[in-house]
Ligand binder design. Structure first.
Ligand code: NAD
Length: 418
């Protein structure tokens, strides 16, 4: 049995533990969090009261002979925690995305794990969502020919969502650019979306990025519009581009079992077009409508749908991702998905839109290095356009719109969480 310890029992821990709870190959033995009272409540909720609790993660790592550590903490803690676990001899370390808040710290993590022969996993779960796995299989079979263009629409809604902090904890570190590494939308949540933009298009990086990011509330990096070009692998390859759009519709009623966010993808190919509908909020009202099957493909004058047999529940992306890592650790075969280098590539991609917006020009992949970051040349800064009174004005307008809507008969339908 592989012994597992968890650092950070915040919101995402509820989903990260799922793959271990029913595993025949692992045993959850201990957790660590600076908030012991909240952690006790979490263990009771998970029905795992027998786990040992450590306030100091170093003590947990030193005392428990762990085979796997899950790091589920704010981004600026990923590097010091990973380095400590690697040096203490933990053979398998899974770090929730992003790998870190800076490119320099991504390098430190990769080096420490390589020196200590650690299997390092960057935990990016969308890559394991059943609908995306099916879409990728169809793409690899050449269903739409060669992929030419990738487009992703990301919408942040008014929810209600099932994953909610009991306090502002999760927001405070996310809106601090130094701790988060960027903003809560494009850098934090964006990691998943940039992962899809590379994986579904068979790419490991992009050539250049251009973007606009509007910090109209002063704290959230949305709306944002991002464009990029993929590198040409062969001289006769057709040019390949991608784009992503982050919209914030704060009062939009859009129930989700998790976060009030959803994703819609369109991929154009040489033979056809593929649409992939929903991920984070899969299973809600939209999934139940006939207009939004999980995968739609137009090819040769025909439209076909796929994936109706699959579970449309985001939790499976977590379970599948964890099961894959357990298999790698158990057999010693293969590499985690993603590796440290792939995790670093996601950090770079997700930082490029900010640098482009800061400079008002195109940013090239080769510019995104730890050295340039240190010189301040490609370091994400607080947006100059951020309006400190924006949040106040936005909140007032949002409440006024909601009140008017209710007066005009807007219904708030109850949504049952499963
Ligand atoms: N895969 C996804 O879809 C997804 C979704 C949300 C968050 N995340 C990632 O998960 C990680 C955690 O996010 P979250 O939303 O759970 O944040 P959170 O704020 O809810 O939880 C973080 C936890 O870390 C604990 N912590 C802080 N300092 C600590 C320390 N020194 N030692 C031990 N514990 C410490 C906090 O007390 C808190 O319980 C981040 O990397 C985030 O980007 C991933």
């Amino acid at each position: 049995m592989l012994k597992v310890g968890i650092i950070g029992t915040g919101d995402i821990a509820d989903l990260n533990i799922l793959g271990y709870i029913h595993s025949q190959d692992t045993e959850l033995v201990a957790v660590s969090d600076i908030n012991v009272d909240r952690t006790k409540k979490k263990l009771a909720m998970w029905n795992l009261q027998s786990l040992r609790i450590y306030e100091d993660y170093k003590q947990m790592v030193d005392r428990e002979d762990l085979d796997i550590v899950e790091i589920l903490t704010p981004h600026d803690l990923h590097a010091p925690m990973t380095e400590y676990c690697a040096k203490a001899g933990v053979p398998g370390i899974s770090v929730q995305k992003p790998l870190s808040n800076t490119i320099a710290d991504c390098d430190k993590i990769i080096q420490a794990c390589s020196e200590e022969n650690v299997k390092l996993k960057l935990f990016e779960n969308f890559r394991f969502y059943p609908v995306y796995l099916r879409a990728k299989k169809l793409l690899d079979q050449g269903i739409i020919g060669e992929q030419l263009n990738f487009r992703l629409k990301n919408i942040l809604t008014g929810g209600p969502g099932g994953v909610a902090s009991d306090d502002l904890r999760g927001w405070l570190w996310r809106i601090d650019i130094d701790r988060c590494g960027g903003g809560p939308e494009v850098y934090d949540d964006g990691q998943h979306k940039f992962s899809l933009a590379l994986w579904l298009m068979n790419q490991s990086n992009v050539e250049k990025v251009y973007s606009w990011i509007n910090y109209f509330t002063g704290v959230i990096d949305s709306p944002a519009n991002i464009l990029w070009k993929y590198p040409s692998k062969n001289p006769d390859d057709p040019p390949k581009y991608g784009s992503m759009e982050f919209t914030w519709a704060a009062n939009l009623y859009y129930p989700s079992n998790y976060y009030g966010i959803d994703e819609f993808i369109e991929i154009s190919g040489t033979k056809g077009i593929m649409w992939i509908n929903q991920c984070t909020s899969g299973g809600n009202y939209v999934s139940k409508s006939p207009q939004y099957p999980p995968i739609v493909v137009y090819v040769d004058g025909e439209v076909k749908t796929y994936g109706e047999d699959l579970p449309r529940d985001w939790r499976y992306s977590f379970i599948n991702s964890t099961e894959h890592f357990i298999e790698v650790m158990k057999t010693g075969r293969g590499e985690p998905i993603y590796t440290g280098e792939q995790g670093k590539a996601l950090c770079i991609f997700a930082k490029m839109p900010y640098i482009s917006d800061q400079r008002g020009e195109i940013v090239y992949w080769e510019e995104m290095t730890a050295k340039n970051e240190e010189k301040g040349f490609c370091a994400v800064e607080k947006s100059e356009d951020a309006d400190p009174s924006g949040l106040h004005r936005f909140t007032r307008r949002k409440s006024r719109d909601l009140k008017n809507g209710i007066k005009q008969g807007l219904k708030c339908i109850d949504f049952e969480y499963k």
